[in-house]
Design a protein around this ligand. Sequence first.
Ligand SMILES: [Zn+2]
Ligand SMILES: [Zn+2]
Length: 332
Amino acid sequence: MWRHLDYWSYKLEGTLLRKILSHTLFPFTIILSFWIGMKLVENGITSLSVVGFVLLPILFGLYCAPFERLMPYSRNWLEGGNDTAVDIIMYFSGAFWSGMSKLIVGALFIFGTVELLEPYGHDLWPDQWHPIIQVTMFILIKDFFRYWFHRALHEVPFLWRIHAAHHSVERLYWLNGIRAHPLEIISQAIFYAIPLALVQPSAEIAMIAIILQLSIGIFQHSNIDLNLGWWEYIFSIGDNHRYHHYPDKGVGDSNYGGEFIVWDILFGTFHNPRDERPHDRIGIGTAPDYPMTVAGLYLAPFMTNQSTVFRREDDERDAQDELGQPSLQPAE
Ligand SMILES: [Zn+2]
Ligand SMILES: [Zn+2]
């Protein structure tokens, strides 16, 4: 659809316009998202309706896809076979499971804990502070839990089976950040229930935070060649997440932050060497043939006949060392 922009992308290379765009696109989008969030809540919209869920990927696609074509990080990531169809289905299945999670959380024993904690939350939240500070605080607190949950998904072998669905992507582009196994979506919702019971911003602040999180999320996976500079020391975007998708878990077990990268910097899992540009050969090193259909992605964690799929690259390296074969070197 956007292929006719390829001609202009070559024309744009090395120009001042591209340089300006690469510096300004991210901060401009963040300010725009905040403004859109404020406008929505001013008009009384404090939650995403079904229409919103359907419209969002279309709007984000119209905004991001042309930039990916005009200034791609990797031209190898511009075409991806049938992955867009899979990612669209995964988007809607993800939205469905997010909705279901609320019911599941309600039905579980944890609901008792949430009810128990809930009254304490009301006095904790500083409603009178500036919306920018409230939104930042809300995302930072949520991200603290996302950091530890995401880290566990990588470090606990059984959880890695579930999270591997997200790492099965072979290219990064604006849409596939949402690719996640339903078990990850549901267990995350349960994990978030406790902090959300304590941290209770208004529906308005939560709505602005959702819009901001969605736009930061787009820049986490987008194939746009941006000059992010110090933004990469604040947010989990750009090269930070490209390293996170490295096939070698020695490098990929890093940069766990959902929106912010500050928790990684604080807990020692930040990986973004200066003067290095991440390569574009991403995926699961031990599972290059990971299922690429929706049914396959759903079933993969339970398939025991693919034992190598879920081995860490380090294990693979150890096994090869024992055989006296050359080690798998971390990709450059
Ligand atoms: Zn991950
Ligand atoms: Zn990702």
